[in-house]
Design a protein around this ligand. Structure first.
Ligand code: NAI
Ligand code: MG
Length: 511
């Protein structure tokens, strides 16, 4: 079905001795074929745990993006767009089956390219990928319009049509999972996709694309074009034949995307991260709160849009919390992501590690108290120790800016009003957590916290059935659930005159 002039990742990469095999070349996936970039350029991609080059990846720029968009348009106008919805759902289910059968390869490849621990990819990312895909496969034949009664001489109804070609731009913190959050609902609706993975983590996206072809999803329905943001990403956002852009990443790029999308009034969904507050009251179960606070900030080395990066603790339990929190953080196993018992791997890149270490210096200069961590772990690989700052003031940069690393800031508060003021006092509003046994207080907080998701007596779980997203610098629009179906479809109204021709509504003045 696609070009055989390349080796699949399976054959090309020997996991146990990358060095012996040497970096492999990975081409773009456009129109069902693996093709080099038109420019002939390749860029290197690394294993962040060892800093070794693991593959050379074809570098898409505007010319390749144009080709990918054309092929997506062709697929949309062709077989995919015309396929029976139930068949589309079946194709997605076959894809899910193939992902399941190739799960171990995907887990290892994701770990190798992103530094994420295999254990957490197996437990979290891969199951979420499959859940997302099967959930939206189920939607494919359940996307219906409505008959909406208006007047006696007319039959008026809506149908929901796919918006067309979707540009999906994804980050490196959850390459498979966030990729699937965008692809699955888009394809279920009958859209076609040009996926631009992050330049740091392009490998699993290419493999996903191959598996889609193998599952019988037609050529051109899912194109995968690794490349850099300023070239490939910008070309996708500026392309006049892309109908919708869905993006997860930084607020600055989100802003640029929003401006560029004006070129042809593209629909845009933006998920831009946060500085989420995790608020702990004295009547909470402290053991549970400590455990969840730890996972909330150190999971995926803190490279999580909804990380509980600001921990707000009532002054009466502040010291006790800090002691328990620091003790737990210091027992976290940091190291080789391929070791089953590793809980924390490296950060994704040298740039990200340096950015995090710079924030540690900023925190120290601002007068926050460094309780633990704050330095690199080991000499190679981009590891940073779990880091905790105490006595942090709300106004400090480390309390206001997204660090996107394993750095917790712990802020004391004195009462509900104080906690709310601090919690709502950043430019983000993606998520928040509140820990208490008092139902009245819980409801006051779920009502008053500015966040797209509020966790009560837990922190961090997500489910594809629930709308996900934020506002202000966290972006806008929602992914997941039925919200994503709305993102990739547009209602069309049909008005059928059913009265006698002499009283045709069209002859009547509007309204
Ligand atoms: P980024 O926003 O630059 O990268 C995310 C994606 O956007 C990548 O695929 C990149 O190639 C693409 N991109 C970059 N510039 C673009 C442009 N002009 N047009 C179109 N696409 C473009 O994020 P970066 O620089 O890797 O990380 C910086 C910070 O952003 C992180 O420290 C973190 O605070 C935040 N971030 C938030 C994420 C989230 O999950 N909400 C994910 C990644 C980063
Ligand atoms: Mg960037």
């Amino acid at each position: 079905m696609y070009s055989t002039s390349y080796m699949s990742l399976n054959d090309a990469i020997d996991w146990t001795s990358i060095a012996a095999v040497g970096p492999t070349a990975q081409d773009l996936l456009i129109g069902g074929k693996r093709v080099p970039a038109i420019s002939g350029r390749y860029f290197e991609t690394l294993d962040p745990a060892t800093e070794q080059v693991i593959a050379r990846v074809a570098e898409a720029d505007a010319a390749d993006i144009d080709l990918a968009v054309r092929s997506a348009r062709q697929a949309f106008d062709g077989e995919w767009g015309r396929m029976r919805p139930s068949e589309r759902g079946q194709a997605l289910l076959r894809w899910a089956d193939l992902i399941r059968r190739n799960a171990e390869e995907l887990v290892e490849l994701e770990s190798l390219n992103s530094g994420k621990p295999v254990a957490s990819i197996r437990r979290q990312d891969l199951p979420a990928v499959l859940d997302t895909l099967t959930y939206y496969a189920g939607w494919a034949d359940k996307i219906s319009g409505q008959v909406i009664p208006t007047r006696s001489d007319a039959l008026t109804y809506t149908v929901r049509e796919a918006v067309g070609v979707v540009g999906a731009i994804v980050p490196w913190n959850f390459p498979l999972m966030i990729g699937m959050w965008k692809i699955a609902p888009a394809l279920a609706c009958g859209c076609t996709v040009v996926l631009k993975p992050a330049e740091l983590t392009p490998l699993t996206a290419l493999r996903l694309g191959e598996l889609a072809l193998e599952a019988g999803i037609p050529a051109g329905v899912l194109n995968v074009v690794p490349g850099f943001g300023k070239t490939a990403g910008a070309a996708l956002v500026n392309h006049p034949d892309v109908d919708k852009v869905t993006f997860t990443g930084s607020p600055n790029v989100g802003r640029t995307i929003l401006q560029s999308a004006a070129v042809n009034f593209k629909r845009v969904t933006l998920e831009l991260g946060g500085k989420s507050a995790n608020i702990i009251f004295p009547d909470a179960n402290l053991e549970q709160a400590v455990k969840a606070a730890c996972a909330g900030i150190f999971f995926n080395s803190g490279q999580v849009c909804s990380a509980g990066s600001r921990i707000l603790v009532h002054q009466d339990i502040y010291n006790e919390f800090l002691e328990k929190f620091a003790a737990r953080a210091s027992t976290m196993r940091i190291g080789d992501p391929r070791d089953e018992s590793t809980a924390m791997g490296p950060l994704v890149s040298a740039a990200q590690m340096n950015r995090v270490l710079e924030y540690v210096a900023v925190g120290v200069n601002e007068g926050a108290r460094l309780v633990t961590g704050g330095t690199r772990h080991g000499k190679s690989g981009y590891f940073v120790k779990p880091t905790i700052f105490a006595d942090v003031k709300h106004e400090m940069r480390i309390a206001q800016e997204e660090i996107f690393g394993p750095v917790a800031v712990v802020i004391p508060f004195k009462d509900e009003e104080d906690a709310l003021r601090i919690a709502n006092g950043t430019s983000y509003s993606l998520a928040a957590g509140v820990w208490s046994a008092d139902m009245g207080r819980i409801h006051r907080f779920t009502r008053s916290l500015k966040a797209g998701t509020i966790w009560v007596n837990t922190y961090g779980p997500t489910d594809v059935r629930l709308p996900w997203g934020g506002n202000r610098e966290s972006g806008f629009g929602r992914e997941h659930g039925e919200a994503a179906i709305d993102n990739f479809t547009e209602p069309k109204v049909v008005w059928i005159h059913t009265g006698p021709p002499t009283q045709n509504a069209s002859a009547a003045p509007l309204n």
